[in-house]
Design a protein around this ligand. Structure first.
Ligand code: SAH
Length: 459
């Protein structure tokens, strides 16, 4: 290890940056974020640097001094010019006074280098590869950035604030470690990630009343798996899936999403098929409760978004009644996924000012839909679960006044590699469907926006 990472207390300390270009700008920004005082010397500076000086008067100031007459009271010096002579003078000056120096693009002269920083104050992660590839460090930083929840810093602060108290309640170090593990990876940590620090405090207090029992407390994550493409999962969904002990999933969850689950996680299929419930809803609700009561972290993974035609509401009701902690993670619903991947914007200034999501699943073939309300101009209709009743849908819209030539698109297995799109009109689609082999899951988009498919189809 050539460069040893040290975290410096740099607040209010004076740092000198010589240079007025892009690198200087990056360094000034980093030092400003750390509350350092910055002196900047450069004959010319970027407008962004000028703006920073205006924004942070008193903290960042421009000095018009000659390098040869520099004061020695600097915490560090950064040579960020493209003039070798100036940089070399700065190195000589710094070395003679024992001030650490950093020279841009000349690592041989650097006493220190700048890492890529993941800032979740008070948590800070610094990434460096001894300067061999700043780009690689930045790429790794991006990966860590995506993986560390935005409110990880708040969690760190929360732990810091309660450390002493927890220590006094649980003096045994091993028990305390187990307790903290459950706190950080369980409902309390998740309450903080969801922005509810007050609730986290309430949970912590009640957990401290019975630390042994708390270690047995499970929770449920109701997660939207999106329409198919695993890349459409949210970061939170991915993180929670990784930390789940058991995953209950249904038919619409794609193989790609299932492949992201760790191999040692228990997975249980609770899917349903039309008219044929593999596992009745009450049994699913009961399974969620039972696993959580065993102290497990249970992911209930549902296609699309759990709150759009997903019965997600019913599944959390019972958890709420029993006081089992849970959270709901939204997913990209089929309407959004399919419309994007089919190049059909759901709204458009010229064609549609509103969009309506409608269920096409009619109990016993009868429907209580208000067709007159659906048939209004400049509106996009999206029918979920409408494949079986597609002829009824098309026919009813026409008899209630919609133009038989109105454009429709039927999208099968949207966002996946097997995506198929059939573009047609209200009057023609039912007959065409007979000849084509379109299967479930399929989504029906009705509206003038469908015309844009030909032009905007990109996938
Ligand atoms: N909660 C889900 C919808 C469940 S209802 C969501 O938010 O997307 C099931 C219906 O969703 C299917 O019958 C179909 O109409 C639609 N659907 C889900 N995934 C789809 C996909 N990849 N392509 C096309 N339609 C899809």
């Amino acid at each position: 290890m050539k460069y040893f990472p040290l975290f410096h207390h740099i607040e209010h300390k004076r740092c000198l940056i010589v240079g007025g270009g892009k690198v200087a700008l990056r360094r000034v920004k980093a030092l400003v974020a750390a509350n350092a005082k910055v002196h900047l010397i450069a004959p010319e500076i970027l407008p962004e640097l000028q703006q920073l000086i205006r924004q942070h008067q008193g903290q960042v100031s421009r000095k018009k001094v000659d390098i040869s007459s520099l004061s020695i009271e600097y915490f560090c010096v950064i040579a960020a010019t493209n003039n070798r002579e100036v940089n070399s003078d700065l190195v000589k000056f710094s070395n003679s006074y024992g001030i650490p120096v950093n020279v841009v693009d000349d690592q041989s002269c650097c006493d220190f280098i700048f890492p890529s920083i993941i800032d979740r104050a008070p948590l800070t992660v610094a990434v460096s590869n001894n300067g061999s590839s700043p780009l690689l460090s930045r790429l790794l930083k991006q990966q860590i950035d995506a993986y560390v929840p935005a409110s990880f810093g708040v969690l760190s602060q929360f732990v810091g604030e309660h450390r002493d108290h927890v220590k006094s309640v649980i003096p045994n170090e091993k028990q305390r470690k187990t307790f903290w593990e459950h706190v950080l990876q369980g409902a309390i940590g998740e309450a903080i990630y969801s922005g509810n620090t007050e609730h986290a405090k309430v949970l912590l207090d009640s957990a401290l009343d019975q630390p042994e029992a708390y270690n047995l407390q499970g929770e449920v994550y109701l997660i939207g798996a999106g329409p198919g493409d695993p890349d459409l999962l949210t970061l939170r969904a991915f993180r929670l899936l990784q930390q789940s002990d058991v995953v209950l999933y249904d038919r619409l969850v794609s193989d790609g999403v299932m492949a992201l689950i760790k191999p040692d996680t228990e997975t249980i299929y609770v899917g349903k098929r039309r008219g044929k419930h593999t596992v009745p809803q009450v049994d699913i609700n009961q399974l969620l409760v039972e696993y959580a009561q065993q102290g497990k972290r249970v992911a209930r993974l549902k296609g699309g978004d759990p709150f759009i035609f997903g019965r997600g509401g019913e599944e959390i009701e019972q958890l709420l009644d029993l006081g089992i902690p849970f959270q709901v993670v939204p997913g990209i619903t089929a309407a959004n996924g399919c419309s994007s991947y089919a190049g059909i914007p759901l709204t458009h200034r010229d064609y549609a000012q509103s969009v309506q999501f409608v269920t096409g699943q009619f109990q016993d073939g009868t429907t209580t839909l208000n067709w007159d309300e659906l048939v209004s101009p400049r509106k996009t209709l999206v029918f979920y679960m409408g494949l079986k009743s597609l002829p009824v849908i098309c026919h009813s819209l026409v008899t209630h006044g919609m133009d038989p030539e109105y454009p429709v698109a039927l999208i099968e297995k949207g966002t996946t590699k097997s995506q198929k799109i059939l573009v047609s009109s209200l009057s023609k689609l039912p007959d065409q469907l007979d000849k084509q082999t379109i299967s479930s899951p399929s989504l029906l988009i009705i509206g003038e926006v469908v015309k844009l498919h030909r032009k905007l189809n990109w996938y």
